[in-house]
Design a protein around this ligand. Structure first.
Ligand code: PAF
Length: 279
Protein backbone atom coordinates (compact mmCIF):
# COMPACT_ATOMS: atom_id res chain seq x y z
CA UNK A 1 0.00 0.00 0.00
CA UNK A 2 2.85 2.39 0.79
CA UNK A 3 4.45 1.73 -2.61
CA UNK A 4 1.13 2.26 -4.30
CA UNK A 5 0.60 5.51 -2.39
CA UNK A 6 4.05 6.76 -3.38
CA UNK A 7 3.30 5.94 -7.03
CA UNK A 8 0.03 7.88 -6.88
CA UNK A 9 1.85 10.88 -5.44
CA UNK A 10 4.58 10.80 -8.09
CA UNK A 11 4.41 12.72 -11.33
CA UNK A 12 2.27 15.65 -12.23
CA UNK A 13 -1.13 14.04 -11.76
CA UNK A 14 -1.02 13.93 -7.89
CA UNK A 15 -4.03 11.66 -7.83
CA UNK A 16 -6.23 11.84 -4.74
CA UNK A 17 -7.07 8.63 -2.91
CA UNK A 18 -10.31 7.88 -1.07
CA UNK A 19 -10.68 5.07 1.49
CA UNK A 20 -13.85 3.20 2.37
CA UNK A 21 -13.04 1.13 5.48
CA UNK A 22 -15.40 -1.84 5.98
CA UNK A 23 -15.71 -5.11 7.84
CA UNK A 24 -17.16 -6.75 4.71
CA UNK A 25 -20.66 -8.27 4.44
CA UNK A 26 -21.24 -5.40 2.08
CA UNK A 27 -24.63 -3.90 1.34
CA UNK A 28 -26.02 -0.86 -0.45
CA UNK A 29 -24.93 1.38 2.45
CA UNK A 30 -21.27 0.49 1.83
CA UNK A 31 -21.76 0.88 -1.91
CA UNK A 32 -23.15 4.38 -1.40
CA UNK A 33 -19.88 5.23 0.42
CA UNK A 34 -17.94 3.80 -2.53
CA UNK A 35 -19.96 5.93 -4.96
CA UNK A 36 -19.33 9.06 -2.88
CA UNK A 37 -15.60 8.22 -2.81
CA UNK A 38 -15.52 7.68 -6.59
CA UNK A 39 -17.17 11.07 -7.07
CA UNK A 40 -14.79 12.84 -4.69
CA UNK A 41 -11.45 11.18 -5.45
CA UNK A 42 -9.37 10.09 -8.46
CA UNK A 43 -8.74 6.63 -7.00
CA UNK A 44 -10.63 4.62 -4.41
CA UNK A 45 -9.44 1.92 -2.03
CA UNK A 46 -11.74 -0.19 0.11
CA UNK A 47 -10.62 -2.26 3.06
CA UNK A 48 -12.21 -5.42 4.39
CA UNK A 49 -11.11 -6.45 7.86
CA UNK A 50 -13.27 -7.88 10.62
CA UNK A 51 -11.45 -6.16 13.43
CA UNK A 52 -11.26 -8.36 16.54
CA UNK A 53 -10.29 -5.52 18.90
CA UNK A 54 -13.62 -3.72 18.50
CA UNK A 55 -15.66 -6.72 19.67
CA UNK A 56 -16.08 -7.21 23.41
CA UNK A 57 -15.86 -10.76 24.81
CA UNK A 58 -19.18 -12.52 24.19
CA UNK A 59 -20.08 -10.34 21.19
CA UNK A 60 -20.60 -11.60 17.63
CA UNK A 61 -16.97 -11.58 16.33
CA UNK A 62 -16.99 -15.33 15.55
CA UNK A 63 -20.34 -15.29 13.80
CA UNK A 64 -19.95 -11.87 12.10
CA UNK A 65 -20.92 -12.50 8.43
CA UNK A 66 -17.89 -13.09 6.20
CA UNK A 67 -18.79 -12.94 2.51
CA UNK A 68 -15.41 -12.17 0.97
CA UNK A 69 -15.99 -13.46 -2.58
CA UNK A 70 -19.33 -11.67 -2.94
CA UNK A 71 -17.80 -8.50 -1.44
CA UNK A 72 -14.94 -8.54 -3.96
CA UNK A 73 -17.42 -8.89 -6.83
CA UNK A 74 -19.51 -5.97 -5.53
CA UNK A 75 -16.46 -3.73 -5.08
CA UNK A 76 -15.15 -4.56 -8.53
CA UNK A 77 -18.54 -3.92 -10.10
CA UNK A 78 -18.78 -0.61 -8.24
CA UNK A 79 -15.44 0.50 -9.71
CA UNK A 80 -13.17 0.37 -6.64
CA UNK A 81 -9.52 0.51 -7.74
CA UNK A 82 -7.81 -1.22 -4.80
CA UNK A 83 -8.83 -3.62 -2.05
CA UNK A 84 -6.84 -3.92 1.17
CA UNK A 85 -7.85 -7.12 2.97
CA UNK A 86 -5.22 -7.98 5.57
CA UNK A 87 -5.15 -10.98 7.88
CA UNK A 88 -5.49 -10.56 11.64
CA UNK A 89 -1.80 -11.49 12.02
CA UNK A 90 -0.79 -8.75 9.57
CA UNK A 91 -2.80 -6.13 11.43
CA UNK A 92 -1.97 -7.36 14.92
CA UNK A 93 1.34 -9.24 14.96
CA UNK A 94 2.05 -10.88 18.32
CA UNK A 95 4.35 -8.05 19.49
CA UNK A 96 1.79 -5.29 18.81
CA UNK A 97 0.87 -3.44 21.99
CA UNK A 98 -0.09 0.10 20.95
CA UNK A 99 -3.68 1.30 21.10
CA UNK A 100 -5.30 4.58 20.16
CA UNK A 101 -7.92 5.75 22.63
CA UNK A 102 -10.34 8.68 22.69
CA UNK A 103 -11.32 8.09 26.30
CA UNK A 104 -14.09 10.62 26.98
CA UNK A 105 -16.14 10.65 23.77
CA UNK A 106 -15.23 7.00 23.25
CA UNK A 107 -16.94 5.98 26.49
CA UNK A 108 -20.31 7.46 25.51
CA UNK A 109 -23.25 5.78 23.70
CA UNK A 110 -21.94 2.53 22.19
CA UNK A 111 -18.70 3.10 24.10
CA UNK A 112 -20.68 2.81 27.36
CA UNK A 113 -22.61 -0.27 26.24
CA UNK A 114 -19.65 -1.96 24.57
CA UNK A 115 -16.58 -1.20 26.71
CA UNK A 116 -13.41 -1.11 24.62
CA UNK A 117 -15.35 -0.97 21.34
CA UNK A 118 -14.22 2.48 20.25
CA UNK A 119 -10.64 1.84 21.39
CA UNK A 120 -10.65 -1.01 18.88
CA UNK A 121 -12.20 1.18 16.19
CA UNK A 122 -9.78 4.09 16.67
CA UNK A 123 -6.82 1.72 16.76
CA UNK A 124 -7.73 -0.10 13.56
CA UNK A 125 -8.81 3.06 11.71
CA UNK A 126 -5.58 4.86 12.60
CA UNK A 127 -3.65 1.81 11.38
CA UNK A 128 -5.67 1.83 8.14
CA UNK A 129 -5.03 5.56 7.77
CA UNK A 130 -1.27 5.03 8.19
CA UNK A 131 -1.22 2.08 5.82
CA UNK A 132 -3.44 3.45 3.04
CA UNK A 133 -2.71 7.18 3.54
CA UNK A 134 -5.94 8.38 1.95
CA UNK A 135 -6.83 12.02 1.33
CA UNK A 136 -10.43 11.32 2.31
CA UNK A 137 -12.14 8.53 4.23
CA UNK A 138 -15.82 7.71 4.01
CA UNK A 139 -18.11 6.66 6.88
CA UNK A 140 -21.87 6.26 7.29
CA UNK A 141 -24.05 8.50 9.45
CA UNK A 142 -25.72 5.37 10.85
CA UNK A 143 -22.61 4.96 13.01
CA UNK A 144 -22.97 8.50 14.39
CA UNK A 145 -21.04 7.84 17.60
CA UNK A 146 -18.22 6.22 15.62
CA UNK A 147 -18.11 9.33 13.44
CA UNK A 148 -17.84 11.61 16.51
CA UNK A 149 -15.03 9.50 17.99
CA UNK A 150 -13.12 9.39 14.68
CA UNK A 151 -13.53 13.15 14.18
CA UNK A 152 -11.98 13.69 17.61
CA UNK A 153 -9.15 11.27 16.78
CA UNK A 154 -8.38 12.97 13.45
CA UNK A 155 -8.38 16.37 15.19
CA UNK A 156 -6.25 15.28 18.15
CA UNK A 157 -3.68 13.27 16.18
CA UNK A 158 -3.47 15.76 13.28
CA UNK A 159 -4.32 13.27 10.57
CA UNK A 160 -4.26 15.12 7.24
CA UNK A 161 -7.39 13.26 6.17
CA UNK A 162 -10.88 14.59 5.52
CA UNK A 163 -13.67 12.48 7.01
CA UNK A 164 -16.69 12.41 4.72
CA UNK A 165 -19.94 11.38 6.38
CA UNK A 166 -22.60 9.94 4.07
CA UNK A 167 -26.34 9.62 4.80
CA UNK A 168 -27.80 6.45 6.30
CA UNK A 169 -29.21 4.15 3.63
CA UNK A 170 -32.52 2.44 4.35
CA UNK A 171 -34.64 -0.35 2.97
CA UNK A 172 -37.99 0.69 1.46
CA UNK A 173 -39.70 0.05 4.83
CA UNK A 174 -37.32 2.41 6.64
CA UNK A 175 -34.98 -0.06 8.36
CA UNK A 176 -31.41 1.26 8.27
CA UNK A 177 -29.12 -1.02 6.27
CA UNK A 178 -26.69 -2.98 8.44
CA UNK A 179 -24.60 -6.10 7.95
CA UNK A 180 -26.27 -7.39 11.12
CA UNK A 181 -29.78 -7.23 9.56
CA UNK A 182 -29.02 -10.62 8.06
CA UNK A 183 -29.20 -12.13 11.57
CA UNK A 184 -32.92 -11.18 11.81
CA UNK A 185 -35.74 -13.67 11.33
CA UNK A 186 -38.79 -12.45 9.39
CA UNK A 187 -40.66 -11.70 12.63
CA UNK A 188 -37.63 -9.91 14.12
CA UNK A 189 -37.23 -7.82 11.00
CA UNK A 190 -40.85 -6.71 11.39
CA UNK A 191 -40.20 -5.85 15.05
CA UNK A 192 -37.04 -3.92 14.11
CA UNK A 193 -39.17 -1.41 12.20
CA UNK A 194 -40.09 0.05 15.60
CA UNK A 195 -36.63 1.66 15.61
CA UNK A 196 -37.01 3.91 12.51
CA UNK A 197 -40.66 4.45 13.48
CA UNK A 198 -39.63 5.72 16.92
CA UNK A 199 -37.13 8.09 15.30
CA UNK A 200 -39.83 9.34 12.88
CA UNK A 201 -42.19 9.99 15.77
CA UNK A 202 -39.45 11.82 17.69
CA UNK A 203 -38.66 13.92 14.59
CA UNK A 204 -42.34 14.74 14.26
CA UNK A 205 -42.63 15.77 17.90
CA UNK A 206 -39.54 18.00 17.52
CA UNK A 207 -41.07 19.44 14.34
CA UNK A 208 -44.18 20.30 16.36
CA UNK A 209 -42.06 22.28 18.80
CA UNK A 210 -41.18 19.79 21.56
CA UNK A 211 -37.65 20.77 22.47
CA UNK A 212 -37.27 18.95 25.78
CA UNK A 213 -34.89 16.02 25.49
CA UNK A 214 -36.89 14.22 28.20
CA UNK A 215 -40.05 14.40 26.06
CA UNK A 216 -38.18 13.23 22.95
CA UNK A 217 -36.66 10.29 24.83
CA UNK A 218 -40.07 9.43 26.30
CA UNK A 219 -41.48 9.28 22.75
CA UNK A 220 -38.67 6.96 21.65
CA UNK A 221 -39.08 4.79 24.73
CA UNK A 222 -42.86 4.59 24.37
CA UNK A 223 -42.64 3.33 20.75
CA UNK A 224 -39.88 0.82 21.50
CA UNK A 225 -41.60 -0.51 24.63
CA UNK A 226 -44.90 -0.82 22.75
CA UNK A 227 -43.16 -3.02 20.16
CA UNK A 228 -41.55 -5.16 22.88
CA UNK A 229 -38.06 -4.08 21.87
CA UNK A 230 -35.29 -4.38 24.50
CA UNK A 231 -33.69 -0.94 24.63
CA UNK A 232 -29.94 -0.56 25.14
CA UNK A 233 -30.06 3.24 25.05
CA UNK A 234 -32.07 6.15 23.75
CA UNK A 235 -30.34 9.49 23.87
CA UNK A 236 -30.35 13.12 22.88
CA UNK A 237 -26.76 14.35 22.74
CA UNK A 238 -24.57 16.86 20.97
CA UNK A 239 -23.53 15.13 17.72
CA UNK A 240 -19.85 16.18 18.08
CA UNK A 241 -19.16 15.70 21.80
CA UNK A 242 -21.85 13.03 22.43
CA UNK A 243 -22.63 14.92 25.65
CA UNK A 244 -26.29 14.78 26.73
CA UNK A 245 -28.30 17.95 26.07
CA UNK A 246 -31.46 18.88 27.94
CA UNK A 247 -32.90 20.91 25.05
CA UNK A 248 -32.99 19.62 21.49
CA UNK A 249 -31.30 22.02 19.11
CA UNK A 250 -29.71 22.09 15.67
CA UNK A 251 -26.84 19.59 15.73
CA UNK A 252 -28.45 17.38 18.37
CA UNK A 253 -28.13 13.66 17.72
CA UNK A 254 -31.18 11.56 18.54
CA UNK A 255 -30.01 7.96 18.73
CA UNK A 256 -31.23 4.49 19.60
CA UNK A 257 -29.47 1.20 20.28
CA UNK A 258 -31.79 -1.75 20.81
CA UNK A 259 -31.82 -5.52 20.79
CA UNK A 260 -34.09 -7.36 18.41
CA UNK A 261 -33.79 -10.87 19.77
CA UNK A 262 -30.04 -11.14 20.29
CA UNK A 263 -29.19 -8.72 17.46
CA UNK A 264 -28.11 -5.24 18.51
CA UNK A 265 -29.12 -2.53 16.03
CA UNK A 266 -28.43 1.21 16.06
CA UNK A 267 -30.07 4.12 14.24
CA UNK A 268 -30.25 7.88 14.61
CA UNK A 269 -30.86 11.26 13.09
CA UNK A 270 -29.28 14.66 13.59
CA UNK A 271 -31.45 17.77 13.90
CA UNK A 272 -30.34 19.82 10.90
CA UNK A 273 -28.71 23.19 11.34
CA UNK A 274 -31.58 24.95 9.51
CA UNK A 275 -33.85 23.62 12.29
CA UNK A 276 -35.86 21.51 9.86
CA UNK A 277 -36.31 18.01 11.20
CA UNK A 278 -34.55 15.17 9.38
CA UNK A 279 -36.05 11.98 7.96
O1 PAF B 1 -17.89 0.82 10.61
C1 PAF B 1 -17.23 -0.23 10.47
O2 PAF B 1 -17.56 -1.09 9.64
C2 PAF B 1 -16.00 -0.48 11.34
O3 PAF B 1 -16.19 0.02 12.62
C3 PAF B 1 -14.71 0.10 10.71
C4 PAF B 1 -14.78 1.61 10.58
C5 PAF B 1 -14.49 -0.54 9.34
C6 PAF B 1 -13.52 -0.25 11.60
O4 PAF B 1 -13.36 -1.62 11.75
Amino acid sequence: MHELRRALRRGSSMETLGLVPTMGALHEGHLSLVRAALEGCDRVAASIFVNPTQFAPGEDFAKYPRTFEADCALLEQAGVHYLFAPTTEEMYPPAAETFVDVPKIGSRLDGASRPGHFRGVTTVVSKLFHIVQPDRAYFGQKDAAQVAVLQAMVRDLNFDIELVVCPTRRDADGLALSSRNRYLSEAEREQALAIPQALCDAAESIGQGDSSSAIVRATLRHDLDAAGVRVDYTCVVDARSLEPVTEVRAGSLIAIAAFIGSTRLIDNFVVPIDEEVAE
